[in-house]
Structures are given as structure tokens and as C-alpha cells.
Write a protein that binds this ligand. Sequence first.
Ligand SMILES: [Zn+2]
Length: 199
Amino acid sequence: MAIPLALLFSWIPMLWAHRAAYHTNDGDAGWPEPPPADWPAQPDTANSFSGVWGAHVEGAAHNLGKLAETRRQDPTVIVHWMSRWEFGVPFRSVSRVAMSTQAGRTITPTPISMWQTGLQTPNWFRGGLAAREFVPVRPIWWGLLANWLIFAGLVWGGVAAISSLRKTRRRRRGLCEGCGYVMAGLATCPECGLGRHVS
Ligand SMILES: [Zn+2]
């Protein structure tokens, strides 16, 4: 039960991730992930977006300034784009990356593995939002493990609390703590054999 919960909470922040706020502009940050061999070694623009719970985006591009100068009319101006998305609550536990090149106005996604890009979402869910384009499938192991431990603790705590409440209620009513049989002064439950809790 804790594992499905940890997975569910890895993806839930996709619902509000598009509200992430522009955070920093750091041209020295480098590409969020190692770029393909034929890409420029360093981007000249890098941003990160956060400010919403459970989502973080890092973006970088090369040659954006040149593209703006030519008003996106010159197809010989090649721009490289990359963004890395991380989702998960309470800890970020899955990630994906998107890469593309742009020549003039034409944007071409760079072919990378499904493991990196994630699984494409249906149109009705996507609604034109980049944050919802793909469901990430790459685990961030420490985050996933931490979330799993937290959810396991919550599930275990909940089960223990309910069981303890039920036992207390049965004891007060003079019923067997184990099965709810009416004890009526008996020391041992004839139904399940549990000894009566004498308070
Ligand atoms: Zn019993």
C-alpha cells in the first residue's frame, strides 16, 4: 500500500507544476543533463523554476540571443533547448528531460530514450502545458525511498491507531478484544481463546 502511494505522490505535482515561478537566471549553470555529443558544451542561458510544492524545473538554451536578433526568420541560426523536470511529494522522486533544437521557427525534438523523456500524456490532460507533456518514469532513488518510508510509517501508524481504538472500545463494553465475543465474566474467550484483559 505504501509503494503505490509513494508512486502516486511522485506524479501528483504534475497537476500544479505549471504554476512554478521563475526563480533564477544563471548562465553558468550548464546543461541540466549531459547533452548529445553534437551539442555546444555549454548553454548561454539557464533558468530554474520552483515555488510550488513537489516540482522543480531547470531549463537551459544556447543561441537564444541570436535567434531573437534574427526575429526567428533565419533557419541557419540553430538554438539548443533542454529542460529537466523533477516531481514528487514530500521529496522529489521522479525526473525526466526534454531536448530539442530550433532552426528559425521550426522546433525539432531531439530523439532520446523513453526512459529519459517519460511517457507522453493524452491531449486532454496536457492542455498545452509543458509540465504535463510527459509522465516521468526515471526514479530519483533517495527521494522515492524516503517517500516510501514516510508513507509506510503513515499507513502502519493508521492501522495501529484503528486497531488500538477498537480494542479499547471492546474492552469497555466487556467484549473480547480479539473477536468481539460477549465475555460475560469469562476469563478466556471461548471463540478465539484470547485471555481477557482485566482492568
Ligand atoms: Zn475472542
